[in-house]
Every structure is written in C-alpha cells, then in structure tokens.
Write a protein that binds this ligand. Structure first.
Ligand SMILES: [Zn+2]
Length: 183
C-alpha cells in the first residue's frame, strides 16, 4: 500500500488542448513543456512525485502525434529491501491520438473538445516500468534470509559502532584534552 497522497495536482492538468493544431493542418507542430515539480495524479491508483520534460505535438493526417521524453519520479518499493524510494527514469513517448477516433489506428484519440488526455498513456507506461525490478541503490544488500531484517554493509555497521562508542563511557581523546584545559 502506498501512503495517502496528501495534496497533489489533479490529473485534469494532463489534458492538452490541441484544437488549434488540428485546424492548422498536417505538418504543423508545437513544443509543449511539461513542468510538474510536485505530486501529480496520473490515475486513481497512481501518483507521481514529479513529471517534467517536453512533448512535441505534430499534426498528421491521422490526428496528433505526441512525441518526446519525460522525466518521471515515481515512489515505489525497492525490490531488494522493500523500502520506499524515489525511482527516477526517462519515458520515451511516441503515440498517435487519432482524429477522428479510429480504433484500428490508435487506442488514444482527440476528444470532442479538441483535447488529448495523456494521463491514461502515462499510467500505462509507468505501470509497465514499475513491473520491472528496481532497487533503491545499486549496492542495496536487501533483506537477511534468516531474520528478514534489512542488511547493511560494513561501512554502515562501523559508523553505527563509532556512534555507540562516542555516546558510551569512553571519552574522545580530543575532548579529554579539552577537559584537562578547563580544569
Ligand atoms: Zn533497497
């Protein structure tokens, strides 16, 4: 279960008006910046931490061709340690939104308001990406097969040991000098 999303941008913002482009005729194109630096809803079951990039919309005979690269930040579980982490990946978009709608050309289409909705397309692509394994970091050690606890590398264990020493009865030699000076 993912955490309650809190505040987020509504997925309605992922609708793009392309009416002007449809009336311009084939060959015309527009660059559309995508700048969502905060949590955005992509589907009822899917929220992204951020979505940025640029799309190029090109009017073709069949409708509107949407192309571009989007940078996605998706919070998900690490496949090794099961901790939540921010998975960042690039999404290559190349999809025709048919106009008029034609099921045999594309499942996506320009609606009667002259808008395209890229939310269902994004949801589909992100869920495909999320079905692949991903880890919170390359050297994540995962969980112990015996205890089920999260494994830590030597460095982390040593740092913790140092910390315990500092907080324990032994006085840091540098502090011992300071203590002598104060006396
Ligand atoms: Zn991990």
């Amino acid at each position: 279960m993912s955490a309650a999303p809190g505040s987020y941008l509504n997925k309605r913002l992922l609708r793009i008006n392309v009416g002007f482009l449809l009336s311009e005729g084939p060959g015309n194109a527009r660059e559309i910046p995508i700048e969502f630096a905060q949590r955005v809803e992509v589907g009822e079951d899917l929220f992204l931490r951020a979505l940025t990039g640029q799309l190029v919309l090109t009017r073709t005979k069949e409708g509107i061709l949407v192309q571009g690269m989007l940078n996605v930040v998706h919070e998900r579980e690490c496949d090794r340690c099961l901790d939540a982490f921010e998975h960042r990946f690039g999404l290559d978009v190349a999809e025709l939104f048919a106009s008029p709608p034609e099921a045999n050309k594309s499942v996506f289409s320009v609606d009667s308001n002259g808008e395209i909705d890229i939310a269902p397309l994004l949801r589909e692509e992100v869920l495909i990406e999320a079905s692949y394994r991903a880890v919170c970091r390359e050297d994540c050690l995962g969980l112990s097969a015996e205890t089920g606890d999260k494994l830590r590398d030597e460095m982390e264990v040593r740092q913790d040991a140092d910390y315990e020493l500092d907080g324990g009865t032994e006085i840091d030699p540098r502090l011992a000098v300071l203590k002598q000076l104060l006396q």
